[in-house]
Design a protein around this ligand. Structure first.
Ligand code: HEC
Length: 160
């Protein structure tokens, strides 16, 4: 009888000691897997042509810089220069090239001019002939802006 009581007390004591030790040393929390949220790349905008940044203008001769700036102006605000009340000439309607060629023709997927210099002169089915850049610009002036063409020598043409 005494032996079993002592055994019971021993078991109780051991349990108490263990519980106290457990409270003082709680089991380490399971490591939580580190989840880094990722956003899938928009593949529509990977490896696309982007327009040269403005600082690259400084590599050009002053005259060429002027021409680039003038061209950007003409494309963005065509009507101010060539429209019905244009300051340079009245040869087109009130549209700007930028209405269709976004961000002065520099916007990815915005009908930009990224491939023009590299792909013209090229054959176009509409005219059935090989067209150069001047012809192509004039095509837009005549058809999109309902205007008359520029001569290749015109500074406006160089700008475009
Ligand atoms: C009403 C809309 C519209 C306006 C305004 C417009 N264009 Fe365009 N332009 C187009 C369309 C559409 C194309 C054909 C795009 C294609 O072939 O993918 C185009 C094509 C061109 C191209 C050839 C691009 C290439 O990669 O082959 C040039 C250069 C161009 N336009 C210049 C101009 C200039 C300069 C002006 C302003 C004087 C102008 N466009 C105004 C609609 C317009």
């Amino acid at each position: 009888m005494l032996t079993s009581l002592m055994a019971l007390a021993a078991i109780l004591l051991t349990t108490l000691v263990f519980l106290q030790w457990r409270m003082a040393n709680p089991p380490a929390a399971e490591p939580v897997a580190l989840v880094i949220p990722t956003v899938a790349k928009d593949t529509n905008f990977v490896n696309l042509w982007t327009a040269p940044s403005d600082w690259r203008l400084s590599r050009l001769a002053p005259q060429e810089q002027e021409l680039v700036r003038y061209g950007r102006e003409l494309i963005a605000h065509t009507a101010d220069y060539l429209g019905p009340k244009g300051s340079v000439a009245h040869i087109s309607n009130g549209m700007n090239c930028q209405n269709c060629h976004l961000n002065a023709g520099t916007q990815p997927w915005g009908n930009n001019y990224g491939a023009v210099q590299a792909t013209y002169p090229k054959f176009r089915e509409r005219s059935g002939t090989v067209e150069n850049q001047v012809k192509r610009v004039n095509d837009c002036i005549q058809r999109s802006l309902n205007g008359c063409g520029l001569t290749p020598q015109a500074t406006k043409c160089g700008g475009f």
